[in-house]
Design a binder for this molecule. Structure first.
Ligand SMILES: Nc1ncnc2c1ncn2[C@@H]1O[C@H](COP(=O)(O)OP(=O)(O)OP(=O)(O)O)[C@@H](O)[C@H]1O
Length: 241
């Protein structure tokens, strides 16, 4: 049974249908990438899943419950954790204080300290633990934010363009981090543009184009699909604004 499912989900903004009757199915334990050209509807679908917007139609199910109308915090309580596109760490606070705040919701006393150290090491931020988060590199701030999402102990981790603005080295390291989390049993849904990164991490892929599901399948099938190559490289990709 899928851990997350959208059934015929749509989102209209006035006359524009950004997401149109999308069926998305995420199996427990997989790394699933949601890809597509600019304007395909990826971010909008992501926002429907996390509860930023209510859908105009359709149903969203998580861990076999209907969450279509659930508030974002209720989705988090059920076991999804979210890292949105732009880093939003508390820049004036130290790296470890950022993690501390996130961890306080689930951990106390020594368990909190232990988990803080474990996450700092996992994110390769131990050497920067006492630095103001605003002084971390862009990539390190993104990792810190992933850490804050991990502090909630999610079953499903949702990442919106986690490598945006990263160097190739940081991007590769982020991929290894995600694969490491997945190896512990965590399900991960990633919205991404960067094909090299997608090849590095994805097991299954859903391709959106003009708000609809264009293709879905194993990563090897998708990267060799002539239609997918065409919408990425051919003319007329994306929506006219
Ligand atoms: N809040 C909004 N109000 C009106 N139109 C919107 C809104 N959000 C998105 N859109 C439109 O919906 C369409 C899909 O946008 P969306 O951001 O979901 O695509 P995307 O695949 O995430 O693109 P990108 O890769 O460029 O981030 C676009 O035409 C966009 O202009």
């Amino acid at each position: 049974m899928p851990i997350l499912e959208t059934r015929q989900v749509s989102k209209r903004f006035g006359g524009l249908t950004a997401v149109s009757d999308v069926d998305l199915s995420i199996e427990p334990g997989e790394i699933h990438c949601l890809i597509g050209p600019n304007g395909a509807g990826k971010s909008t679908l992501f926002k429907l899943i996390v509860g930023t917007y209510p859908p105009s139609g359709g149903e969203i199910r998580f861990r076999d419950g209907d969450i279509t109308q659930a508030k974002p915090f209720a989705r988090v309580q059920r076991g999804m954790s979210i890292k949105m596109q732009a880093p939003s760490v508390f820049k004036e606070l130290r790296t470890r204080q950022n993690l501390h705040i996130a961890l306080q919701q689930k951990f106390h006393r020594q368990a909190l300290v232990d988990e803080e150290e474990r996450l700092l090491a996992l994110l390769d931020l131990t050497a920067h633990a006492d630095k103001a988060a605003g002084l971390l590199s862009h990539g390190q701030q993104q990792w810190l934010e992933i850490g804050m999402a991990l502090a909630l102990g999610p079953e499903l981790l949702l990442l919106d363009e986690p490598t945006a603005g990263m160097s190739p080295e940081e991007t590769f390291k982020t991929g290894e981090l995600i694969k490491g989390l997945n190896a512990t049993g965590m399900t991960v849904l990633v919205v991404e543009h960067d094909m090299a990164f997608i090849r590095q991490i994805a097991q299954r892929v859903t391709v959106l184009h003009l708000g609809k599901v264009f293709a879905r399948g194993a990563i090897d099938e998708i990267v060799n699909d002539p239609g997918v190559i065409e919408i990425y490289l051919g003319k007329g990709h994306g929506r006219e604004h």
